[in-house]
Design a protein around this ligand. Structure first.
Ligand code: CP
Length: 309
C-alpha cells in the first residue's frame, strides 16, 4: 500500500467493509488493549491546537502497543515560532518518527502534510473540516450501543457549522442508511456543502430549529456538540447562540429506551450534569472507546492487519 493510502485524512472515501473491518480491529483491542506489536516504532503527536482526549488517547494507544512517543502539545515551544514552515516541520519529524498524528487549525493541513512526507499522517482534526479518528470511535460507539450501524435515527445538535466531528460522521454513516436530524440555530446550521453532500448520496435529513422533548423522541443517537467559541470571528454572535441548545434531564421523558447520548467532549454546559447518571448517557464510554479505535487506526496506518492481532 502506498503512503497516500496509509495516511488517514478523512473517512469519507472508506467503504462500509473497511469501516466494519476497523470496528472489528477495535473490538480486538477492547478485549486486549496491551499488545506489544509496535516495539521499535516511534509515533509523533504534533498538536497545533489544544486537546485532551485525542492526544492522550493516541499516546496511550501507542504506549499500549509498545511504541515510543515524541511530539508537542503546544506549538509555542517549537521552531514554528521562529518562522519554520509546516512543510519543514513535517519533513524534520519524518526523520525521527514512523507515523505522525497531527491536529492543526487550518482546514486541509493534514492532507498537505501527507503530500510532503513518506510516512503516514493521521488527521487529528483540521480546523472545522474533518476529525476522522473521532468518527472512527463514534462509529465504534454507535455499533457497540445499538448493535448495528444500519437504519438509525441520528440527531445532531448544536454547532453544526463549525463542528468537524459532525461533518466527518455524516460522510462515514452514508453507507448505513441513516436518517439525520440537524438541530441548530440559523447561525450554526449545517453548511450547504454538507446538505448537498447528503442529497448527492441520498442521505435523508430533516432540519429543526426547536430542541425539545418531542424533537428528540425518535432519536437512536442524540449527538450533542459544544458551540466552539474559538471558531467565531464575531464574539457577539457566539454570545447570542452559546446557550440556545442545552440538554436538560426533563427533556428525556419521551426518549426511546435504546437512545444513547454521545458528545465528542469537552462539554461546557450543553448537557446537564444530572444526565450523567441516566442510562442514556454514553459520552464517557465513547471517550474510552477512543483508545481502542485509535489503536486500530495506528495499526492500520502502519500496515498491520487484523490477522496479525
Ligand atoms: N473530542 C476531542 O477531539 O477532544 P479533545 O479536543 O480533547 O481532543
Amino acid at each position: 500500500m502506498d503512503k497516500c493510502n496509509r495516511s488517514l485524512i478523512s473517512l469519507a472515501d472508506y467503504s462500509a467493509d473497511k469501516l466494519m473491518y476497523l470496528i472489528q480491529m477495535a473490538q480486538r483491542f477492547e478485549q486486549c488493549p496491551n499488545r506489544r506489536i509496535l516495539e521499535g516504532k516511534v509515533l509523533a503527536t504534533l498538536f497545533f491546537e489544544p486537546s485532551t482526549r485525542t492526544r492522550l488517547s493516541f499516546e496511550t494507544a501507542a504506549n499500549r502497543l509498545g511504541a515510543r512517543v515524541i511530539g508537542f502539545a503546544d506549538p509555542k515551544v517549537t521552531s514554528g515560532t521562529k518562522g519554520e514552515s509546516l512543510k519543514d516541520t513535517i519533513k524534520m519529524v519524518s526523520n525521527y518518527a514512523d507515523i505522525i498524528v497531527m491536529r492543526h487549525y487550518l482546514e486541509g493541513a493534514a492532507k498537505y502534510a501527507s503530500e510532503v512526507t513518506d510516512i503516514p499522517i493521521i488527521n487529528a482534526g483540521d480546523g472545522a473540516n474533518q476529525h476522522p479518528s473521532q468518527t472512527m470511535l463514534d462509529l465504534y460507539t454507535i455499533y457497540q450501543s445499538q448493535g448495528t450501524l444500519e437504519n438509525l435515527d441520528i440527531h445532531l445538535v448544536g454547532d453544526l457549522k463549525y463542528g468537524r466531528t459532525v461533518h466527518s460522521l455524516l460522510a462515514a454513516m452514508r453507507h448505513f442508511n441513516p436518517t439525520f436530524h440537524f438541530i441548530a440555530p440559523d447561525e450554526l446550521r449545517m453548511p450547504d456543502e454538507y446538505l448537498r453532500y447528503c442529497d448527492r448520496h441520498s442521505i435523508r435529513y430533516v432540519e429543526h430549529k426547536e430542541f425539545n422533548e418531542s424533537t428528540i423522541a425518535q432519536a437512536d443517537i442524540l449527538y450533542m456538540t459544544r458551540v466552539q467559541k474559538e471558531r467565531f470571528s464575531d464574539l457577539m454572535e457566539y454570545e447570542r447562540v452559546k446557550d440556545l441548545y442545552l440538554l436538560k434531564l426533563d427533556m428525556l421523558g419521551k426518549a426511546r429506551p435504546n437512545m444513547k447520548i454521545l458528545h465528542p467532549l469537552p462539554r461546557v454546559n450543553e448537557i446537564e450534569y444530572s444526565i450523567d447518571d441516566t442510562p442514556y448517557a454514553y459520552y464517557f464510554q465513547q471517550a474510552k472507546n477512543g483508545l481502542y479505535a485509535r489503536e486500530a487506526l495506528i495499526c492500520d496506518a502502519l500496515g498491520i492487519t487484523l490477522n496479525e492481532l
